[in-house]
Design a protein. Sequence first.
Length: 140
Amino acid sequence: MSSSTLDYEYLLNRLYARIPRRTSSGERFEPPKAEVLHVGNQTIIRNFRQIANVLRREERILMRFFLKELAVSGIMDPSGALILNTRVSSRVINDLLNLFIKNYVICPTCGRPDTRIVKRERVWILVCDACGAEQPLKPI
């Protein structure tokens, strides 16, 4: 074999070694379910911090999304719970959580959850670590 063929095969093998391995179906991501508790006229999402950690998003961003979509005020509890100043059903909370995952976590190109949000100048961009795609986001 010629040296150019060997160089080509070496580079090809090196390239394949750097490509991330795919899982069987891409269904390794289980969307978390919110644990909702109603106390008087308040709604408490008990596992809010755990949800933000599973989604690999800042609690502040996820909280702003919920407060904006529900048009209510709320605060973060030091224990990691989100307290909303209105009564909201658990179905609505989980539907909003799935909407957040669809718009701000899952890559629209490859459908994987291996993404991060970066800010370039005044634009928020969803960057996929799996396929390298970049998608501008709606401001939260």
